[in-house]
Design a protein. Structure first.
Length: 258
């Protein structure tokens, strides 16, 4: 019922709907859709209270050692972990999600690594391109996935949760993997990397990527699965959503330059 009420069409929601299906049996009273800033979504149903789904760190206030250990273990294995929680308190008129919730379930997802990713990363490594991974997910999870595709420095990760603008700009060059990043922080990272004298290309597909795509020297959006907002903000669109196409673009650019 929560998936039906939210009507989200992001990749996570699509995966959950494929696994659990949709239902509209309960009457929704208030809905807060998922956003990259709040890291969670919520629905208040008539006579059933509020159900919350999102990043556990942003939802769970409990101290169950067993639950915390389970979440840490799954993240360390490279899985994405979502929590579903319940509260008797309804969503506020201002859209405020209640904080007095209790955990109901953990949902563990595995990101599919693109077939062309390893060879693409290898080419970048051999051609002097430094790779940074910027994600809204848990940095431990992202780091583990980055290791699987042989990204140099993948073990150097940090969470940007709660960091000030100055802090973000200061550490932009010190880490490879950035987790729990907000849309504004993505743009700050790009700005800081450029300020350090780097020529920066940024790839993205979501609405939350648009500010960073505009800030980058070259913004690269996905053509098939990318949002219109991301494509409008980008300088280049990968019509086939294939990262290997970036290699061809770089090689053609070098030929033109020569």
């Amino acid at each position: 019922c929560m998936l039906g009420a939210l009507e989200d069409n992001n990749q996570t929601s699509i995966a959950l709907i494929n696994r659990f299906g949709e239902s509209y049996d309960l009457k929704k009273k208030a809905v807060v859709p998922f956003s990259s800033a709040r890291k969670m979504s919520a629905v208040t149903f008539e006579d059933e209270g509020t159900f919350i789904m999102g990043a556990p760190e942003y939802i769970y206030n409990g101290r169950s050692k067993k639950l915390l250990a389970l979440m840490a273990k799954q993240a360390a294995l490279g899985y994405r972990v979502l929590m579903v929680a319940h509260s008797d308190t309804p969503i506020g008129k201002d859209g405020k999600i209640p904080t007095n919730s209790s955990a109901l379930a953990l949902i563990v997802l595995e990101d599919h690594i693109r077939d062309e990713a390893v060879n693409t990363i290898k080419w970048f490594n051999e051609n002097g391109v430094n790779i940074k991974v910027i994600s809204g997910d848990n940095p431990i999870t992202v780091s583990e996935i980055a290791k699987r595709v042989d990204i140099k420095g993948a073990e150097n990760y940090i969470s940007l949760e709660g960091l000030s603008e100055k802090d973000v700009e200061t550490i932009a060059n010190d880490y490879t993997v950035f987790g729990r990043v907000t849309p504004d922080q993505k743009a700050l990272l790009i700005k800081a990397l450029k300020k350090s004298g780097n020529t920066v290309a940024m790839t993205g597909d979501g609405v939350n990527d648009a500010p960073a795509l505009k800030k980058a020297d070259i913004g690269i959006a996905m053509g098939k699965n990318g949002t219109d907002v991301a494509k409008n903000a980008a300088d280049m669109i990968l019509a086939d959503d294939n990262f290997a196409s970036i290699i061809k673009a770089v090689e053609n650019g070098r030929n033109v330059y020569r």
